[in-house]
Design a protein around this ligand. Structure first.
Ligand SMILES: *Cc1c(COP(=O)(O)O)cnc(C)c1O
Length: 358
């Protein structure tokens, strides 16, 4: 027998990453407000389309994702060549990093922000560079600009930011984009775009059009309720979009996901009505929390952020006890997805009791 130490050796730099834990926690009987999912079941037309597509899953999907790409191009008003799809916008983001950065290159992002950024950066062998958020949970764009070096290849800007819910306004973002060197790609991650109501928060599409170094990421996982099907997309100029099609995993978007996404775009009015209800819930939850004495920033996404610091884990435990799963970040705060009215009420009751103990 060959000795084990002579066996295959994964890249040592992967030691910085933690492996995905197998198994799924048992949330049976609880309201899950931990992953910013859409609480509604699929719309009838979307479900039927997906079921019909399932009847042919002995076949590979359309590798070029043609129908969805064409539908998206019409929908957002860009050339089809500017669209690249992938298994969730995380999948697209990973392809982006692989296409632009490697060993010795830097990928810049605010922190705390979306957890995938440092992970996909390391997978590409590049170096993550994080810039702390301001005290009120916003991107510190001046500090991010100051952190750009000759090695910076890509900057993620999460707008609105996950997990703080904060959104950048037009003037500050435009100033930033125009100050970033032309060789650096700025990725505007707009996973929560449909939940934005502040008219001063710009639509990334308007910013990308005349800026070749700007690209926009969108997903069907949040507002559109297709998180489990894994489909997201980038809108980018050439040559970024075509590089993305090179680094993507072949057949990464299943036919089920492609067809369900097309069907979702066709019933968008019904979907956006649900989003409107969730935005109403967001307003209600935010007001109730403030009335309880909490300091909560206004969120432009489908979650709220409680900056609980050292109480974060205790608060999450109290919520779990009451039957609500929330997302704590130890020592920082707790992110709570806006759910249905019942789920939100249970969360609010727990928050009220906890608040009085603080
Ligand atoms: C949820 C989320 C995504 C989307 O993930 P998918 O891979 O599309 O499910 C992307 N960016 C941010 C900031 C998110 O919160």
């Amino acid at each position: 027998m060959t000795e084990r130490r002579h066996g295959p050796r994964p890249r040592p730099d992967l030691d910085a990453l933690s492996a995905h834990r197998p198994g799924k926690p048992d949330y049976a009987g609880s309201f899950v407000l931990a992953a910013n999912e859409n609480p509604y079941p699929p719309l009838p037309g979307v479900l039927e389309t997906a079921v019909a597509a399932a009847g042919a899953f002995n076949r590979y999907p359309d590798m070029a994702v043609g129908e969805l790409t064409a539908e998206l191009a019409r929908h957002v008003g860009v050339p089809a060549e500017h669209i690249a799809t992938g298994p969730g916008s995380v999948g697209v983001a990973q392809s982006l990093v692989l296409a632009l950065a490697g060993e010795g290159d830097e990928v810049l992002f605010a922190w705390r922000s979306f957890e995938a950024y440092p992970v996909i950066t390391r997978i590409a062998g590049a170096t993550p560079v994080s810039v702390p958020l301001t005290a009120d949970g916003a991107h510190d764009l001046d500090a991010m600009l100051a952190a750009v070096t000759d090695r910076t290849r890509l900057i993620f800007v999460c707008n609105p930011n996950n997990p703080t819910g904060n959104a950048l306004r037009r003037a500050e973002l435009v100033r930033f984009l125009d100050a970033v060197p032309a060789h650096v790609l700025v990725v505007l991650d707009e996973a929560y775009r449909e939940f934005v109501r502040d008219p001063d928060v710009p639509d990334g599409l308007a910013l990308y059009r005349d800026r070749p170094h700007v690209c926009v990421l969108r997903t069907f996982s949040k507002a559109y309720g297709l998180a489990g099907l894994r489909v997201g997309y980038a809108i980018a100029h050439e040559p970024i979009a075509s590089a993305l099609r090179k680094t993507a995993v072949p057949f990464g978007v299943s036919q089920l996901a492609q067809d369900a996404a097309v069907a979702s775009l066709r019933v968008e009015d019904a979907l956006l009505e649900r989003v409107e209800t969730l935005v109403g819930e967001r307003t209600r939850v935010t007001a109730a929390l403030r009335a309880q004495g909490w300091t909560v920033a206004g969120s432009e996404a489908n979650f709220v952020w409680l900056p609980l610091g050292d109480h974060s884990l205790d608060f999450a435990a109290a919520c779990a006890e009451a039957g609500v799963v929330v997302r704590p970040f130890a020592g920082e705060g707790v992110r709570v997805t806006i759910g249905g009215q019942r789920a939100d009420d249970v969360f609010l009751e727990t928050a009220e009791v906890f608040r009085k103990r603080l």
